[in-house]
Design a protein around this ligand. Structure first.
Ligand SMILES: [Zn+2]
Length: 330
């Protein structure tokens, strides 16, 4: 059913000012440096430059959904089908600053979907949710430094800054408290990036979502902060298998995030928040099986390489196979 509310929401997405300001902003991003470790990866200059260039032939609705502590815009791109909307899907990436492969896959998905829109699907892509963290890594690469970067400008881990299952209940939480740490504050949603994502999710009520991370090679589903199964376990497994089938041989594995390891829980994740608050079938996808090469010690010492393998193309393609299935397949 196409409701009036849905129609208004679709109209609200069209924002000529945001489009003009995005296009102007994209032209001001500095040229990337020569950084050998990242030679297979796009810097922001090319991520947003390619999207802006593609918009000339393939229109997309641009929305500034928020601004970071350092004033950087957070951009969302919406594709809205002409006819009935059968499904709404949200794909976002770049929560963790070093996980560039996630931004690659989200950008590839967006560019492909602009050229060939998924029928009946309202698709929103946020290629980079944490641009302040990303800017630090780009600066490190300019300076030839390798530093461990995960959080936003205030070093908050956005992956632990949501409202659902913030409290750790695991009995061993006093023995290994670091395992169960969340972002500062009792309530979550303490940061502009998590607030922007939540406001968008509240407005759009997505049916499915994927938060792209690295590394591991898993399709994780809720819960992440509780050992218990969700009541939608069967549907999560079905959607996970669908992504596995799309990948074929050596596909990533579908698993409940809290069951990654016996001691493991992740409190206050975007995964539990989207499912627990809005009923979205949300996945946290750990792309690649790492770029660390056991026989190449240089790769152990380079944080960028932990998450982003050399020769990115097959990993981008593999991630895209899965996310494309989540967007397009029933
Ligand atoms: Zn991550």
């Amino acid at each position: 059913m196409v409701s009036w509310l849905g129609l208004f929401a679709a109209l609200a997405l069209a924002s000529p000012e945001d489009t003009a300001s995005f296009e102007a902003w994209a032209t001001r991003i500095p040229e990337p440096p020569d950084a050998e470790v990242a030679e297979d990866y796009r810097f922001q200059h090319d991520v947003f430059g390619q999207i802006a260039a593609s918009m000339a032939d393939h229109p997309v609705d641009v929305e500034k959904i928020g601004a970071t502590h350092q004033g950087r815009p957070i951009w969302a791109f919406h594709l809205v089908p002409d006819g009935e909307i059968e499904r709404k899907v949200l794909v976002f990436a770049g929560i963790h600053a070093l996980e560039w492969i996630s931004v690659e896959v989200a950008t590839d998905l967006l560019l492909e979907s602009m050229r060939s829109p998924p029928p009946g699907v309202q698709l929103t892509v946020i290629p980079l949710l944490n641009p302040d963290g990303r800017a630090k890594v780009e600066q490190d690469l300019r300076e030839g430094e390798t530093r461990y970067r995960r959080g936003n400008a205030k070093n908050v881990d956005l992956n632990r800054d949501f409202t659902v299952h913030r409290d750790a209940r695991a009995v061993w939480k006093r023995i290994i408290p670091g395992y169960y740490a969340t972002s500062p504050g009792e309530e979550g949603l303490s940061q502009p990036e998590s607030q922007a994502l939540d406001a968008l999710a509240a407005r759009e009520q997505y049916d499915r979502a994927a938060s792209l991370h690295a590394f591991g090679g898993y399709f994780y589903h809720p819960w992440s902060g509780r050992w218990a199964r969700t009541e939608d376990q069967a549907e999560f497994v079905r959607l996970g298998r669908m992504m596995e089938d799309a990948q074929g041989d050596h596909a990533y594995k579908t698993r409940q995030l809290s069951r990654w390891g016996f001691f493991f829980r992740a409190q206050g994740t975007e995964l539990d928040h989207l499912y627990g608050t809005y009923g979205t079938y949300a996945f946290l996808i750990e792309l690649t099986r790492s770029g660390i090469r056991p026989l190449k010690p240089r790769t152990w010492r380079t944080y960028f390489r932990w998450y982003n393998p050399e020769d990115a193309d097959p990993h981008r393609a593999r991630g895209l196979q899965a996310v494309r299935a989540l967007v397009r397949e029933d």
